[in-house]
Write a protein of this length. Structure first.
Length: 198
């Protein structure tokens, strides 16, 4: 093959879910597009990595120090919804059932993958929950083994703060990822959340 095509295929196939054959198909597709369209795509990717940062408050992506949700004065700052990822925030926002703020962990505790509590943003959550303004922390974490372990750990470390800890209701099945749950079920799960220490 042409060395520059080989390089493009190698870079594209490094993306998650893209194998070498798909990468080759995409590279060849790009060659058939107007150069201006591909330049716009390249610029959008560069802007993404250069301009997007993580919110200093909740770890959500933002173009500023604080994300739009944390900056929004209409949001209920007394309720923090704890999620694993940015996609979870997007899924919950789509329901229209939640008006509090978020805290992104950046994953779940998974000893088998070498991820412990110190690898997640749990200390920052404890710091936020210690603020007198915060009344409730909702755990909206996947219900698999790692998610349950993470939820129990967070409940334990939040205990000294005296804040109420709740979990989304059973509408989301065991092992389900929030991003794949339909908005109505997810919305009802948040609305009908239960005390974590049930």
């Amino acid at each position: 093959m042409v060395p520059v095509l080989d390089e493009a295929v190698e870079r594209i196939s490094s993306l998650p879910g893209i194998g070498e054959r798909s990468a080759l198909r995409l590279a060849l597709w790009m060659l058939r597009q107007p150069k201006e369209n591909i330049k716009l795509l390249g610029n959008a990717i560069l802007d993404l990595v250069e301009q997007v940062k993580y919110c200093s408050e909740c770890n959500m992506i933002s173009e500023h120090d604080k994300c739009p949700i944390c900056q929004d004065l209409r949001r209920d700052k007394s309720t923090i919804c704890v999620v694993e990822s940015i996609r979870d925030v997007m899924s919950i926002e789509q329901t229209g059932e939640y008006n509090g703020v978020y805290h992104l962990l950046g994953g779940v505790i998974s000893p088998i993958d070498g991820i412990g509590p110190d690898d997640l943003s749990i200390p920052k959550l404890v710091e936020r929950a210690s603020d007198d303004q915060v009344k409730e922390v909702i755990l909206a974490i996947s219900k698999g083994m790692e998610g349950e372990t993470t939820s129990y750990y967070i409940n334990k470390v939040l205990s000294p703060t005296g804040v109420k800890v709740s979990a989304i209701a059973r509408g989301v099945g065991f092992g389900d990822d929030l991003e794949y749950t339909d908005p109505m079920t997810l919305g009802m799960s948040i609305k009908n959340r239960v005390n974590f220490n049930r």
